[in-house]
Design a protein around this ligand. Structure first.
Ligand code: NAD
Ligand code: ZN
Ligand code: ZN
Length: 391
């Protein structure tokens, strides 16, 4: 079969790879009908996530048709149309039972690196390095889905692929980011990053009752999209020409936003001294992550506020003003999304037309064109916002 494989920094290829097989009784094989490229895939593309190996099949946002099931799968049958969450979880462990699906204790068969770096290993992920389990991803014609009795969600024929594909990651991720803010009536939520995750965080913050959302980025197309259909509740800041802290203070009567969402993560851009130091330090391995957006979120957040971090971080962050976080009594919430918790309620929101997730799509391409798509998405973020691929 054909799949998109990682061969190193800025090198992904459309290749022939062996078809997946059922290995465990709780596996299913999915014939992929739609898949997508995520900002998280760019961290792999840019070579900033360790433990990738040449030939690894990429992709964690995918959906398709069930074509084979293991003996213990009773909830699915051949021919079912499903969306698959990007975190792999067993459904039975201490963490799954507490709705902490992205912390599942049983899904990562190669936890050693994560245990060394983090103390304990998070759940496995599709197509996201050997530290995260080494599972083949879904930018492919077929994919093996472990624990298929608890992960995939069946979707009704009344909704087409594009309406539901983002249940695999970015809709739940934006939603959890907003939910983690503990939004109260009258709240102002600031969102760093108007990429697809930021866009869903903005929509979710409004759904959860935020009075106003302020979005920070430097791509005008993305900022414009953030404002569309929000009845003037979204204000935008272009960080290239506006001092973010001053503007946020102005907009909130001098108090600062009630919560701050970092939907940027470890590859933040900037021209301030700390951002320039990040570029230098990561280049010579004195830091692993460029934390400029997170630093700004911490600095701008009001006293007693919440910093919610869906943006991915991998390792060591320098010059983070922890004193500011302590002094202001901030709450931090973060992590890979506890996907399984959100699939049903957010599918319902799509069915009720509370949100049409297709608004983020900018490009529709063939799986074979993914290498081109990766290049454009990485370099031309204004126009290239979200690419969906069909095998
Ligand atoms: N927690 C999870 O489970 C989860 C799931 C999916 C994605 N993510 C992460 O969320 C982040 C965003 O994903 P995406 O798909 O939207 O990516 P993306 O790369 O399309 O968007 C990131 C946006 O951040 C903006 N940005 C860069 N520096 C900034 C700064 N200093 N201030 C404000 N904005 C800045 C960029 O211009 C860009 O528009 C990534 O780190 C991704 O890995 C996390
Ligand atoms: Zn993703
Ligand atoms: Zn588990």
């Amino acid at each position: 079969m054909k799949a998109i494989c990682w061969y190193g920094k800025h090198d992904v290829r459309f290749m022939d790879v062996p078809e997946p097989e059922i290995l465990n009784d709780r596996d299913a094989i999915i014939k992929v009908t739609t898949t997508a490229i995520c900002g998280s895939d760019l961290h792999l593309y840019n070579g900033v996530i360790p433990t990738m190996q040449s030939g690894d099949v990429l992709g964690h946002e995918f959906m398709g048709e069930v074509v084979e099931i293991g003996k213990e799968i009773k909830n699915l049958k051949k021919g079912d149309r499903v969306v698959v969450p990007f975190t792999i979880a067993c459904g039975n462990c201490f963490f799954c039972k507490r709705d902490l699906w992205s912390c599942c204790d049983n899904s990562n068969p190669t936890p050693e690196t994560a245990e060394t770096l983090y103390g304990f290993s998070p759940s496995a992920l599709f197509g996201y390095s050997h530290m995260m389990g080494g599972f083949a991803g879904g930018q492919a014609e077929y994919v093996r889905v472990p624990f298929a009795d608890v992960g995939p969600i069946k979707v009704p024929d009344s909704l087409d692929d594009e309406q539901v594909i983002f249940l695999s990651d970015i809709f739940p991720t934006g939603y959890q980011a907003a939910e983690n803010c503990g939004i109260k009536e009258g709240d102002t939520v600031a969102v760093w990053g108007a990429g697809p995750v930021g866009q869903f965080a903005i929509k979710s913050a409004l759904m959860l009752g935020a009075e106003r959302v302020v979005t920070i980025d430097h791509y005008e197309d993305r900022l414009d999209l953030a404002k569309q259909g929000t009845d003037g509740k979204v204000t935008t800041i272009n960080f290239d020409d506006t001092e973010v802290y001053d503007k946020l203070k102005d907009l909130t009567g001098g108090r600062g936003p009630d919560s701050c969402i970092d939907a940027v993560g470890l590859e933040a851009h900037g021209t301030s001294p700390d951002a320039l130091i990040d570029y230098a330090e990561t280049k010579v391995m004195l830091a692993t992550d460029r934390a400029h957006a997170l630093r700004q979120a911490i600095f701008c957040c009001r006293k007693g506020g919440t910093v919610s971090i869906p943006g991915v971080y991998g390792g060591l962050l320098n010059h983070v003003n922890f004193g500011a976080a302590f002094g202001k009594g901030l709450t931090f919430k973060m992590g890979q999304t506890n996907m399984h918790k959100y699939l049903k309620p957010l599918l319902q929101k799509i069915e009720e037309k509370a949100l049409d997730p297709t608004f983020v799509i900018s490009h529709r391409m063939k799986l074979s064109e993914a290498p081109e798509a990766y290049k454009h998405f990485n370099n031309e973020k204004n126009a290239w916002r979200k690419v969906v691929l069909t095998p």
